[in-house]
Design a protein around this ligand. Structure first.
Ligand SMILES: Nc1ncnc2c1ncn2[C@@H]1O[C@H](COP(=O)(O)OP(=O)(O)OP(=O)(O)O)[C@@H](O)[C@H]1O
Length: 409
């Protein structure tokens, strides 16, 4: 009876292949594999032309128990990402089209984004060897803040903002992606640390987290946005530290190297700058650091992308040591930098001639059912690449040498 019921339910359920044709494999992340796919049904555009709709399908890995894959239910990360993405609707947050369950795996179908900040930074540093135009940087930053302001207004913290997670459509619209680590928080601030690990990829991790703070606040996301702004300006991570790894006893290590990188640019923080610094759990460790001057202005002046004083003021406000004094996303959107020419736009590529490379897609790896092999997990190497409208050649999109949240302590 039950078997009959199941069979009927399963035949009624819409399968991924009924609606989508997989074009190829994009990337494997912490939680699964991402594929490019097109909808089997086309739509008619305003001028009556048939239009193909393209999506990114994230297939979550089944949970692993020992050496065998077993279905142990929906992972916490998938659950969080699904529930948040279903609720959140904003032009600067990647939109979730639908969720399908097939072969005991969750498939999240997202709108497709052709680029991301990391890929664009690589293109300018390696191919063009020219800074990103100020108009594009300003439009990227404004839209990123617009998305973050929306998340924060809805009591959601992203907790892993970094260039690879900030997607951009072929039309130049910024879409914050990867909400797998995002959390809803409540007021008054709850310590989200309990049973949870320290998050945020180390180069973008706020000083209060590095000094042992256990309270996640909106200010942590803003620090990361400040680091991303600096990276867009100079095409290099501003605080490129090395993460100290956890020892065998799982003691959380002190991140001396990362703090050193921050102090090299911003100077060692003082009590005048950060009133409650002495209350930070790792404060005693600061005694071993020498006092140093703030060199952010020099850093900014050398960036070549912008010579706007307002731009410098906004960067300083986002990289404020004291999280209480750090600018909010809402206030940052109203900052004079954005009312100065060039003004930001929702098409960050408007009027520019750059042809950014298209996201690399391995077309021979288009079977979602085949379990990943060591080879197929390598992203963007070899394989035919497919393109969209703006770019000219494929890009690996690889996060080479960059720390990931997997390395979090
Ligand atoms: N909507 C999308 N459009 C195009 N590509 C996407 C999209 N979403 C994700 N990708 C690609 O897939 C990669 C992995 O996606 P995502 O970051 O969501 O997964 P993850 O498992 O959390 O990975 P990671 O641990 O690297 O952050 C992204 O870096 C990007 O290259």
């Amino acid at each position: 009876m039950l078997a009959e019921f199941r069979t009927k339910r399963e035949t009624e359920r819409v399968r991924v292949e009924d609606k989508y044709q997989v074009i190829g494999f994009i990337s494997s992340g912490t939680y699964g594999r991402v594929y490019k796919a097109k909808a089997k049904k086309t739509v008619k555009s305003a001028d009556g032309e048939e239009k193909e709709l393209v999506y990114a399908i994230k297939k979550f890995k089944p949970d692993k128990e020992g050496d065998t894959h077993t279905y142990t239910g929906i992972s916490q990360s998938a659950c969080r990402e699904i529930s948040l993405c279903r609720e959140l609707q904003h032009q600067n947050i990647i939109s979730l089209q639908e969720v399908l369950l097939e072969d005991n795996s969750i498939h999240m179908v997202f709108e497709y984004a052709e680029h991301d900040f990391l890929q664009i930074i690589h293109h300018h540093s390696q191919q063009e060897r020219k800074p990103i135009p100020e108009f594009t940087i300003k439009s990227f930053l404004w839209q990123l803040l617009n998305g973050v302001a929306y998340l924060h207004a809805n009591w959601v913290l992203h907790r892993d903002l970094k260039p690879a997670n900030i997607l951009v459509t072929a039309d130049g619209v910024v879409k914050i992606g990867d909400l797998g680590l995002a959390r809803i928080y409540e007021r008054p601030l709850q310590p989200l640390f309990n049973g949870d690990k320290v998050v945020v990829t180390i180069w973008y991790r706020a000083p209060e987290l590095l000094l042992g703070s256990r309270h996640y606040t909106k200010a942590i996301d803003i620090w990361a946005v400040g680091c991303i702004f600096a990276e867009l300006l100079t095409l290099r991570p501003i605080f490129k530290g090395e993460e100290a790894k956890m020892d065998n006893k799982k003691n959380v290590p002190f991140q001396k190297n990362q703090l050193n990188k921050i102090f090299d640019v911003l100077g060692k923080p003082t009590k005048e700058q950060w009133a409650t610094i002495e209350q930070q759990p790792e404060y005693p460790n600061l005694a071993s650091f020498r006092s140093s001057p703030n060199r952010l202005r020099e850093f900014y002046n050398n960036s070549c992308s912008s010579n706007s004083d307002a731009g410098f003021a906004l960067l300083s406000a986002m990289l404020e040591y004291d999280p209480v004094k750090r600018i909010t996303a809402e206030d940052a959107l109203l900052h004079p930098y954005f009312s100065e020419e060039p003004k930001p736009s929702m098409d960050s590529f408007e009027g520019q001639h750059y042809q950014y490379p298209l996201r690399a897609v391995k077309s021979e790896d288009n079977d979602m059912k085949v379990p990943p092999t060591a080879n197929s997990a390598v992203q963007g190497q070899g394989g035919t690449t497919h393109g969209g409208t703006r770019g000219k050649h494929g890009h690996s999109g690889k996060d080479e040498g960059r720390p990931s949240k997997r390395g979090r302590v």
